[in-house]
Design a protein around this ligand. Sequence first.
Ligand code: ADP
Ligand code: GLC
Length: 485
Amino acid sequence: MRVLLASSEVVPYSKTGGLADVAGALPKALSRLECDVSVVTPRYTGFGARKGDVVSHETGELILSDLAVPFGGGIKYASVWRDYLDGAPVYFIDNVEYFGHGYIYGSGNFDVERFAFFSRAALELAKRLGGPPDLIHCNDWQTGFIPAYLATVYSQDPYYSRTATLFTIHNLAYQGFFDPNLLPHFGFRWDEYRYGMEFHNSASAMKAGIHYSTALSTVSPKYAQEIQTPEFGNKLDGLLRWRRNDLLGILNGVDYGDWNPETDPHLAANYSIDDLSGKLACKLDLLDRYHLPLDPEKPIVAIVSRLTVQKGIDLIAQAIWPMLDTGANFILLGSGGDSYEDFFQHVRDVKHNQVGVYFGYNNALAHQIEAGADIFLMPSAYEPCGLNQMYSLKYGTVPIVRGVGGLDDSIHNFDRTTEQGNGYKFYEYSSERLIEKFYEALMVYYDPALWRKLQRNGMREDLSWNRAAHNYIDAYQRVISARRR
Ligand code: ADP
Ligand code: GLC
């Protein structure tokens, strides 16, 4: 099986969020299972400009300097670079006009144009890689045009006559809206878009992916159900209900090569499920980094997050004062969202002995927080999968989550009598429910033997990519045979 995975971000080359973690880890897991997988992604250059974007495309070798891409009413050219993620080749589409601006994402029509170009370039590149892919695995709106091009522009192209597409939705809220007048510029005929891309007087690259792909998936089983409802469907729930027989949910995995307290190079001390003593050293190190008193008795409650409405930051803002009243320390690592930054800076100024904040993107610190904290908050408004709660489990840090999407699939309430469960979760979107769960967790925190039990329940879980990669291979096989029927 020959698979090409297309993604706008791939760890370790580029990252703004969890999509990059997935696109970096899944190909490695797939190639360990003997799947012939390659990755295609843009080569972002002119970098260093923007907070929140990690970009290091200095690696790789130039393999093509003349990739001709029909686009914008003519031909545009790209260079192609190649690197390897373990066994999987990664191809970088290099075009300064579109990807030389020092950022991963911009906004508006130009952003959609950038990724329409990328999508077309990926298909032209695949024609030069010595054999058509059996399946192209597309991810989020940035690659939504790939299924659309295959179903229209390339529909009579014998090279792609057997190529299936799987379109994975990582976040339905970002849809890649654009002016439909651009469609001819992207290479689509007017009559072709109305049906598959038009969206309330605008057009949507997300809708293109959903409409034209052979099959669809999301990053957790629960989110696959949720997006078929008006509450979570972002006005695409009708279309998703229509395609529900082609839609499945596969929970993301964790790259334990990267996120494992036994081997993590970012930590003050390593530790394991059998010997948690190093976690105390990590806690003291974390307090020190945030200039807080080195008191190991008090619990550290932490968040590592994009500061957006999605992540339930409003609930945390409402719950923070009662949480601090218990004496707990609060530590934040967050990027984006100026008004949230102002609020948490204010909390820090008032409670400088209990609160630490770091605004911006810092990968090493994210690891140090997962290790040093006791409790991790993720009260998301919606959460397609969520990775941090799964990292927390591995690091013996107890997650308190709202039971949506992948959070509901991965976190199970701890029961003091049966001693089963790996964290805490609540359902109603309310700070009262969050505080209740926090108090419940605190009672267990002050009972060290029981707390160890809860920590170990989480650390024992196997949420590795190996499991998820098996699920993807099964899905790929089904989608390929559906295409061939
Ligand atoms: P999302 O992709 O919606 O932001 P996920 O939980 O899937 O949420 O993934 C977020 C990823 O980004 C995790 O790997 C997390 O550690 C990382 N992350 C989020 N915010 C920051 C930050 N400010 N600094 C460093 N890493 C961050
Ligand atoms: C998106 C979602 C997040 C998910 C990630 C990777 O960024 O917001 O929940 O974990 O994609 O699939």
